[in-house]
Design a protein around this ligand. Sequence first.
Ligand code: IMP
Length: 425
Amino acid sequence: MPNIAVLGTQWGDEGKGKIVDFLAEKADIVARFQGGANAGHTVVFGKEQFILHLLPSGALHPGKVCVIGNGVVVDLEQLFREVEELKVRGYDLTGRLFISGRANLVLPYHKMIDRLSDSGKGDEALGTTFRGIGPAYVDKVNRLGVRVSDIFEREALEARLNLTLVFKEDFADRSEDKKAFDRDYLLNSLLSYGDRLAPLVCDTSFLLLEAIEQDKNILFEGAQGALLDVDFGTYPYTTSSNTSVGGIFTGLGIPPAALHETIGIAKAYNTRVGNGPFPTEETGETGDRLRERGNEFGATTQRPRRCGWLDLVALKYTARINGVNKLALTKLDVLDEFAEIKVCTSYRINGAEMKNFPDELRHWESCEPIYQTLPGWQSPTSGLTSWGKLPQNARDYISFIEKFVGVPVNLVSTGVSRREIVRRS
Ligand code: IMP
């Protein structure tokens, strides 16, 4: 198997967890490279459902190595909660989970700052997940972060905390949770992770480089989606990491040539959680129907997701910036009952038709989708596993997407469970 990246092409929640889980069977290593516990990757098999926030989805395959790279921001409390939960359910990660010593930590004050900052933006609030992601990346880039490796040197850790807390006094004053900013509390709680953390920490870049030399198979598991990328997404309504392909190389320290294939995951329609532009959003009955049929509620925050038709302009753009070679289309079955299905093929912005994804926020204000309407198939595709059994109109819908984006759709997911997938070629 080649080394494969699995990347979201929309605003996250495309169903990456399921596809990574499906592909992980043939991989040796599954590596996360960006984001943190803002992600919520759902994997279902049999009667069991797992929602992973920080652990790579490979955790659910006994024997597979899981890597959390330097580009991830790590909340230790959440990490060990997930490790323990999986252990209770029969998935032991001992000896197969590795975390970069360079990864920055998400600390309690980051979560408080996240809450205070986003609420302080009033109408321009992003609607973040309040997992402390933005503030943790701010500290990283501002060279005020605490890294995983700092935990093993008490004096250095103390010095780091002293320095970083000076810059947070204003937030500490405004926060109800004073403990989150208390140096001694933070120091002791971080030091208490030392013994459990020590066997997991290494230079994951070397671990991966060695694996590459030994021709092992690596799966790079993206979190969120390209439209939430801090550079290429709908900025400022984005997350704080590079969710697109470049994040793999900076977030893991491996050479670009080690990536052989990029699979873009796209839902058969669009959703978004939180605020920001969403040209094809349906706020009426259609949106409600998509939400209900697709069970579109956030895996991390349980918020109802905004729903709308598939935006092909955006998909073509994200497929291009990511160098997507193959697409996996998820949740096709959610469209089963619609008599007609719309796809957005261009935008009207300030009265002019635009075929490219705009790079300026002000363009979004007047952006209207221009749709092409395709016939629905109105028959169940739920659980189907062969291309030939899909209704002709469903196949035509997929072919339309492939032609428009210029990338083949190789996987089609037809349900939540591991086995409900159509594999082409
Ligand atoms: P943050 O990543 O918590 O800072 O949130 C920034 C924006 O990204 C908000 O609109 C969130 O709803 C969105 N977001 C973050 N992570 C995810 C995800 O895993 N799925 C969908 N949206 C996300």
